[in-house]
Design a protein around this ligand. Structure first.
Ligand code: NAI
Ligand code: MG
Length: 353
């Protein structure tokens, strides 16, 4: 039996509820197809911070380095500033392990209502550059706390950084074999250096993929078209900031943030990749047993796929799709009255069926 070692960080709030449930579903899928996931749990996050003054221990990254994958719930607490949680845990993991492609699928499953009146068939993937761009944190303050204060924030775009994420997106469009279409999103009319480099690199790489139809959109037009013609998109590649914003749009037009999965991938496989739902720790509903576990379960499905367990991964997605289509076990975000555990039970039954 093939065994994989997975680091599990449930984190805060609803993360602690959805991660154990998702693990039940992943175990059902893995064992059905003859493999085994070995988990090591890490209690990092807000509670750890209250005890130790940091989000995770000093040697945390060393503890994660040898794993096959990292399975994360959500990080964030109303009593801790968001830049502390982000810079204390999420960003160091994404950067240290060079997880340069953040993949966020948006699928409008049968039985799920989109807020759009006429959405058509939505099945798209947003690939967000995850290591540089507008999130590089280069800049500073001058004349701090004086009326003439100046803040400078610089985006960092490297040819290598753009090329690798664009190439990854082309490969994905080819592998998905759906519409074979890749849309690149920039704002190169206004950001005349970094995103002009992005456009040039996109054109250069596109020449190697004559089988993939390409489209380049400015981010404002892309935001409009995600709403106006979502069914026309297949794979979308965008910078760190634009990918972040656009993937919130793609998540909500597909019905609920409770269904939005994501993967932070190091496609070179030098380091472990990290799988987490798009949503946060949802303190407004935490502890009530009603959080939708499907985003966490689908993120686990992406993890199985990355580990090479394609059949088990496909089964997880089909099981979630079946439960959604039946409509008997749904959490309140999808208009149901089911609990987190009941929904997971239904998914597990569908996996075992
Ligand atoms: P959030 O995603 O936690 O919640 C937004 C809204 O969606 C809330 O009304 C929540 O109840 C609902 N929601 C989210 N996930 C749901 C699910 N699975 N099922 C049903 N409803 C769901 O975003 P928010 O409230 O802005 O942030 C809360 C905390 O989470 C903050 O501390 C924030 O920094 C952190 N956060 C962490 C992320 C991460 O760990 N990657 C991502 C986003 C936010
Ligand atoms: Mg976001």
């Amino acid at each position: 039996m093939k065994t994989f070692s997975v680091a599990v960080i449930p984190g805060d709030g609803v993360g602690k509820e959805v991660v154990p449930q998702a693990i039940r579903a992943l175990d059902a899928a893995a064992s059905r197809y003859g493999s085994h996931l070995h988990y090591e749990q890490f209690d990092w996050g807000a509670d750890y911070y209250f005890r130790h003054g940091r989000m995770m221990p000093e040697n945390a990254l060393e503890l994660l380095r040898g794993k096959d994958a990292i399975f994360l719930g959500a990080i964030g607490h109303p009593k801790i500033a968001d830049h502390i949680t982000l810079n204390g845990l999420l960003l160091p993991i994404r950067r240290t392990f060079d997880q340069f492609a953040n993949v966020r699928p948006a699928v409008l499953y049968k039985g799920v209502r989109s807020p759009l009146s006429n959405p058509g068939e939505i099945d798209m993937l947003v690939v967000r550059e995850n290591t540089e761009g507008e999130y590089a944190q280069v800049g500073g303050f001058v004349h701090q706390d004086h009326p003439g204060e100046v803040a400078i924030q610089t985006g960092v775009f490297t040819r290598q950084g753009v090329e690798r994420v664009v190439r990854f997106a082309f490969e994905l469009a080819r592998k998905r074999n759906r519409k074979k279409r890749l849309t690149s999103v920039t704002k190169s009319n206004a950001q005349g250096f970094g995103l002009v480099l992005w456009d040039r690199v996109f054109q250069m790489v596109a020449a190697e993929y004559p089988d993939i139809e390409t489209e380049s959109l400015l981010v404002d037009a892309a935001a409009m078209n995600f709403i106006r013609r979502p069914a026309s998109f297949d794979v979308v590649v965008a910078s760190n900031l634009f990918g972040d914003i656009l993937s919130d749009i793609s998540a909500i037009i597909a019905g609920s943030i409770g269904l939005a999965a994501s993967a932070n991938l190091d496609p070179t496989r030098r380091y472990p990749s990290m799988f987490e739902p798009v949503h946060g720790s949802a303190p407004d509903i935490a502890g009530r047993g009603i959080v939708n576990p499907m985003a966490q379960i689908l993120s686990g499905g992406m993890m199985l796929e990355h580990l090479g367990l394609e059949e088990a991964a496909a089964k997880v997605e089909r099981a979630v799709a079946a439960v959604l289509e039946e409509g008997n076990a749904l959490t309140p975000d999808l208009g149901g009255s089911g609990t987190t555990v009941e929904v997971t039970d239904a998914v597990i039954r569908a996996i075992e069926a």
